[in-house]
Ligand binder design. Sequence first.
Ligand SMILES: C[S@@+](CC[C@H](N)C(=O)[O-])C[C@H]1O[C@@H](n2cnc3c(N)ncnc32)[C@H](O)[C@@H]1O
Length: 256
Amino acid sequence: MKQIEKEIEDLKPWFHNLHLPDGTQTSPEHPLGDFPKFKWELIAPFIPSDLSGVNVLDIGCNAGYYSFQLARLGAKVTAIDIDEHFLKQALWASKVFGLEKNIEFKKMQVYDLAHESQTYDLIWFMGVFYHLRYPLLAMDIISRISSEMMVFQTLKMPGVEQYTSVSDLDLFKRETLLQTGWPKMAFIEERVAGDPTNWWVPNGGAIEAMLRSSNFTVNHRPDDEIFVCSRNTVVIHEEDMREKEYRAAAGIDKRN
Ligand SMILES: C[S@@+](CC[C@H](N)C(=O)[O-])C[C@H]1O[C@@H](n2cnc3c(N)ncnc32)[C@H](O)[C@@H]1O
């Protein structure tokens, strides 16, 4: 066994199939196929091909596949994950690729980003939303540190999301909520595919509505579950009720 194969073996299990410079792959038998290369190929046409000087935040970076691709396009990447094992893989691979100077890996919760003062030009928020018990809080946190663009992906319910938008739901006509496509999230009390860390599966309407509600505009949808968004310019007033709630939930103010 080659030294690199032994190192890959020692760092198992792999969720990202990384193609290393010598042609070795970290997870060639991945059940989803050549993952996440096939997803990257869907998204790449919708992001700038030159990311020189662009500040990227990769949330839930796992073994770093997307961070490496973005760094190769010139971006300065900050990559966070809560899982030491995946961060170890990512750090190892960054050295194998010679990209360690372009990416800073940090062990961090998405919620910790509420305390960041820095903003990011491009936020990569893929494969994490449905793992969160507090997904809309995370979305609001991310919105506040987003200055331009976000690529978002979540597990989603099957089906189309066309529905008649209601600007003011009649308290006595709540059957409206039952119409096909009304923004909804299914709560998962137990597991999805044996994984107990999945909590919410939204439908497409809910994804688009939550993105709008957190000040993002969806510009492209490379596939059913991927949303390429821009951040709207908004002025947030600290005294608004919604802002006060956000600050309390995110632990920004000790009292409010
Ligand atoms: C399904 S994987 C997605 C990995 C990668 N973003 C992708 O799309 O291929 C979910 C990743 O998010 C990380 N994660 C889960 N909850 C998180 C949280 N609260 N904060 C930061 N990372 C989290 C996991 O450790 C894991 O690496």
